[in-house]
Design a protein around this ligand. Structure first.
Ligand code: C2E
Ligand code: CA
Ligand code: CA
Length: 728
């Protein structure tokens, strides 16, 4: 799967509700922390500002004590401290109370806090110091005009924005049972005092002074603090709501986008993208590692016809129904999607191959009557995916599984059924991949091979069976690749025919044969016509005859030395164009032959219209020896027919002497077969030409000397010499 698609998939996955809800919760926590911090900062500022001066007063007492220590009697010192009018007590190092003044209502529990009070003088920078605090056991908050008091715990609660605290009946002014209301009802200017005890070290003996102080709070402060917190609370709530609404909106949008992204436009079901991403992810997961799977490429064969006869919309409806029916047949964790056209991808689980086959056939059976009127055909290619194992043989996750490769294998398998329109099922086998790999390698190398002149022309001579004289040759291509060695044409010509590269090969062959012929003429050889195969695909080009003429002319080769072979199947294409090309070629002086006559479909009818020079009888006629009388009848009639139409005949694939004798007897003009020679490289063919010339010369000499003998009246010798010459 390519990176771009994976990225898109990941982006869509981010829209998963769990992720978004997680983000929302995190945001809420962050917001709460932020608000909490702000609130605590405000509170500590308030407390700080209220406690600072109280603490300084106590420090003043410790300074009095320390100045008087050693100078005055203890009682005298205490008197001095008492002047301050504060409730206090002094404890020794071990916590025993040494002296106390006023009421000791301090709680035993101690709390430490940091206090940033003004150390010395109003203008000096604040400095935080750890102080020990005790709350007052009476825990009440007094107003100065003694209207009543409020429990200090309730005050703590309001600081944290609690649910409304129930009324304490000790509150004086309003009788209202709502604490918050009571706070707001207190007259502006009313000052409340919160008792608090500070502990400070005093003297040089490790004693501690614990003195009572009051935090004086203007009650109207409570009102604005409450208002502040209330608005902060409302603000936070509004923010939560906005974030939440946006989150839900985003989620819905993402879900809709994902839906569009993964929905097939024809079936409204899942599409190929979903199959690819979801299927691959699942196959690679831990949940799937122990299961075996089948990846299926299922094709609705009659779809195009159906659309032509009905409409595209009707075709879409049918696809929708097919998708529905397939999905209804799926088990848990099995998936299906339309890929393109009338092609579906299925991911099935299986344990037993035969049961799987039966199941797929059942699906095909069900689909074959999907519209209740027609009988449709479906073809399936199946790739089986077993479990993955590590080096120790333990089942592991399919880490390297690639859905595209697997599906492609299923498609390759299905393509093997494409020759028929019938329903069918095929299982993938490794040879198919090998074939596909070879096709890829050939295609990767084709251009470079032409540029590098890796394609070589081999020549297979054609002989006259009467005289054994060389009469022609067929140029056959060989690929001598530095990578693959010698490759026969059957392994690459069909590939080039499919991908169109064959036209370049045809050009290459015409040029090289013309070049060889020209070189041989220039070297003094008695050249015979060489035929070049022209692919059927090439005949759709209008100016083919001109192209060939120009290529041959470029090499300076006489046209009569080049013959062009067209395969029989080409005669089924555009007949008019074909006839026109043949006529043009012949008018330029080239010979034209029909290759493989008798293979495949009968082209007797084509013979009627085609002005051809040569008929090449297919090798199939001569396969399996010479013991087929019916075959002999067909061959002899074909030769007779060709003669009647003024065509010469070449028999291909002749391997045994009996066939040669038979063909000679029937008047076949040439034989091209292993009996005489296999296709050979140019230099070997040169040798054949030389040999042929020597033979011809020898026969001519013998004939000439025989004629001379006749001339002098020695008749018996003449017959003997002539017979010896023709036997070669
Ligand atoms: P073809 O045109 O029918 O070529 C004749 C094939 O029969 C050659 O196979 C040749 O080697 C083989 N053959 C000849 N005599 C005998 C025999 O006695 N016994 C047997 N068993 N086989 C014999 P080759 O060279 O492998 O070529 C196969 C096919 O590849 C050719 O069939 C032709 O269709 C195609 N081809 C070869 N060269 C070219 C080319 O240059 N251009 C194009 N377009 N096609 C070519
Ligand atoms: Ca041929
Ligand atoms: Ca042939």
């Amino acid at each position: 799967m390519d990176k771009r698609r994976k990225k898109q998939f990941r982006a869509l996955k981010k829209g998963h509700p769990i992720v978004s809800i997680g983000m929302f919760v995190a945001l809420c926590v962050a917001l709460t922390l932020l608000v909490g911090t702000i609130a605590s900062l405000i509170i500590s500022y308030i407390i700080d500002s209220k406690l600072g001066s109280e603490y300084r007063d106590l420090q003043y007492m410790t300074r009095i004590y320390e100045t008087a220590e050693g100078e005055l009697e203890d009682d005298r010192i205490y008197e001095l401290l008492n002047v301050e009018g504060r409730d206090y007590f002094i404890t020794s190092k071990d916590g025993k109370i040494i002296y106390e003044y006023g009421r000791n209502t301090a709680e035993p529990q101690k709390v430490s806090a940091f206090l940033s009070y003004m150390t010395d003088g109003e203008n000096e920078a604040a400095e935080a110091e750890k102080v020990i605090i005790r709350f007052d056991s009476e825990r009440h908050l007094l107003s100065t005009d003694d209207e009543g008091y409020i429990d200090i715990d309730e005050l703590g609660l309001i600081m944290q924005f609690p649910e409304i605290v129930e009324s304490s009946n000790e509150i004086g002014t309003t009788g209202n049972d709502n604490f918050l209301t009571r706070i707001f009802d207190i007259e502006p200017g009313t000052v409340a005092k919160i008792p608090i005890w500070f502990e400070l070290p005093i003297g040089n003996e490790g004693n501690v002074l614990c003195g009572k102080t009051f935090i004086k709070v203007n009650m109207s402060d409570f009102a604005w603090i409450s208002a502040l917190f209330l608005s902060l609370f409302v603000l936070v709530m509004v923010m939560f709501v906005i974030i939440f609404v946006n989150l839900i909106k985003g989620l819905v949008r993402k879900r809709n986008a994902a839906k569009i992204f993964f929905t097939d436009i024809s079936t409204r079901g899942r599409n190929w993208m979903w199959f690819l991403l979801h299927g691959e992810q699942y196959m690679k997961s831990t949940f799937a590692k122990k299961d075996t799977f089948a990846i299926v490429n299922l094709v609705f064969v009659n779809y195009r016809n159906y659309c032509v006869c009905h409409s595209l919309a009707a075709g879409d409806d049918l696809l929708k129904e097919i998708d529905k029916r397939i999905n209804a047949k799926l088990n848990r964790n099995e998936i299906c999607a339309r890929v393109t056209g009338a092609e579906f991808a299925l991911l099935l689980k299986f344990h037993d191959k035969r049961a799987l086959e039966a199941r797929i056939r059942e699906i095909i059976e069900e689909l074959s009557s999907v519209d209740g009127e027609h009988i449709f055909h479906f073809q399936a290619g199946v790739e089986l995916i077993g479990v993955a194992r590590n080096a120790n043989g333990k089942v592991t996750k399919r880490r390297y599984f690639d859905m595209e490769v697997a599906y492609n294998n299923a498609c390759t398998t299905r393509a093997t059924l494409a020759g028929t329109e019938e329903s069918g099922l095929a299982f993938f086998d490794e040879r198919m991949v090998e074939e596909q790999r070879w096709v890829d390698r050939v295609q990767e190398n084709q251009r470079h091979a032409v540029e590098n002149e890796e394609f070589k022309v081999f020549y297979q001579p054609k002989y006259d069976p009467q005289t054994d004289e060389l009469k022609g040759a067929e140029a056959l291509i060989r690929w001598i690749s530095p990578e693959f060695g010698l490759v026969p044409p059957g392994k690459f010509i069909p590939i080039f025919e499919k991908n169109g590269f064959i036209t370049e090969i045809d050009h290459y062959m015409v040029t090289h044969v013309a070049r060889d012929q020209k070189r041989w003429i220039d070297s003094g050889f008695e050249c015979v016509p060489v035929s070049v195969n022209i692919s059927r695909a090439h005949f759709i080009e209008n100016d083919l005859a001109e192209q060939i003429r120009d290529m041959v002319d470029a090499e300076g080769t006489p046209h009569e030395l080049i013959e062009l072979e067209l395969t029989e199947s080409a005669f089924f294409d555009d007949k008019k164009a074909l006839v026109s090309t043949i006529k043009k070629l012949r008018s330029y002086g080239f010979m034209v032959s029909m290759d493989d006559f008798g293979s495949g479909y009968s082209s007797l009818n084509s013979l009627k219209d085609m002005p051809l020079d040569v008929l090449k009888l297919d090798a199939e006629f001569f396969r399996g020896g010479n013991n087929n009388t019916r075959g002999e009848i067909v061959v002899s009639e074909a030769i007779r027919l060709a003669k009647c139409l003024n065509m010469r005949t070449v028999a291909e694939g002749v391997e045994v002497k009996e066939q040669v004798d038979f063909l000679a007897g029937q008047g076949c003009d040439m034989i091209q077969g292993y009996y005489y020679a296999k296709p050979m490289p140019g230099n070997e063919y040169e040798e054949r030409m030389k040999q042929n010339e020597i033979e011809k010369k020898r026969i001519t000499e013998k004939v000439e000397s025989a004629e001379f003998a006749t001339f002098i009246g020695d008749n018996a010798d003449v017959t003997a010499i002539t017979e010896a010459g023709t036997a070669g």
